[in-house]
Design a protein. Structure first.
Length: 302
């Protein structure tokens, strides 16, 4: 549409901007339809410029990070999609680490280790961005973001930057207030503890070895698909339902870890969603447990 061409012209000298861009190029599942316009801002000011322009021209906005725990439907995303991965600065002062939203969580753990800071070893293998990790209160191996994040800068829908403390972020299981208030995470502040570089590295290596031994890291996936049901483990329920290896189209319940759905043969997002529905239906029938998705599902149907 003409308005998106005009927007591209407005911003293309400042940042990378693409029209009718397939989001399958960026999602970890390698699925997803096109977005009308895609932009890669490199600073908070550029994010605010994009938001202001979109608000003024009544253009819908969707913000994603590293697209690791995300399914974009095959109909794609209407309006503007912003990917924040070029906003990746990480700074350290004493025991405080500040990471921009687009910084990879894995890279952030490496910076912490290099500065003898302990507390985020649990995230050594989490493939998402800092913004996504805060948004979802990501966690693994007994650690969660809310254990270490003490504040975050966010952008409100009316283009105001707010500094939220941990109480205001109101973390819960795979949840924080940013979701409810339609805010954009710009950066996060971690409060860590001084420790031994060698011990921190050994713990990170150990957790990465565990991850590699249990998870299907060799295939495209959206990570852990379902939230942990109270009193149960999603992967065990799926395994005990005889669903490992179940496949629709190119999307398959992983034979290595039942909590993952992997792209084994040019899967579509619709394949993924159909597998999810079948898994939910089967587990409900067999165990009376409703599995809720942890993965974020966005976009339009094909």
């Amino acid at each position: 549409m003409e308005k998106y061409a005009e927007m591209k012209s407005e911003f293309s000298e400042k940042m990378d901007v693409f029209l009718d861009e397939p989001l399958s190029k960026y999602t970890h599942t390698k699925t997803g339809g096109e977005t009308d316009i895609l932009a890669f801002p490199e600073s908070v000011d550029q994010v605010r410029e994009l938001l202001q322009y979109a608000n003024d021209h009544q253009i819908n906005i969707t913000v994603i990070g590293n697209a690791s725990n995300l399914i974009v439907r095959d109909g794609g995303i209407r309006g503007l999609t912003i990917i924040l991965t070029k906003m990746k600065k990480i700074t350290v002062h004493e025991n405080m680490l500040v990471a921009q939203a687009g910084a990879a969580f894995i890279e952030t753990t490496k910076v912490a280790q290099a500065n003898s800071l302990s507390g985020i070893e649990f995230a050594a293998g989490i493939p998402g961005s800092i913004g996504g990790a805060v948004y979802m209160n990501a966690g693994a191996y007994g650690g969660d973001v809310d254990d270490v994040v003490v504040a975050a800068d966010v952008l409100t829908p009316d283009n105001q930057v707010l500094h939220l403390n941990q109480k205001e972020l109101d973390f819960g299981y795979r949840h924080c207030s940013v979701q409810d208030n339609n805010q954009i995470v710009l950066s996060a502040t971690f409060q860590l503890k001084h420790g031994s570089k060698d011990k921190i590295q050994k713990q990170m290596d150990h957790l990465n070895e565990l991850r590699a031994s249990k998870q299907p890291l060799d295939l495209p996936s959206c990570g852990s698909v379902f939230k942990r049901p109270e009193g149960h483990f999603a992967g065990k329920l799926i395994h005990d339902s005889g669903l490992q290896g179940f496949q629709i189209g190119g999307a398959q319940v992983s034979k290595k870890h039942a909590g993952f759905i992997v792209n084994v043969d040019h899967a579509t997002a619709t394949d993924y969603l159909n597998v999810i529905k079948h898994v939910q239906k089967t587990v409900m029938e067999k165990f009376g447990v409703q599995l809720e998705t942890e993965v974020r599902i966005i976009g339009a149907d094909a």
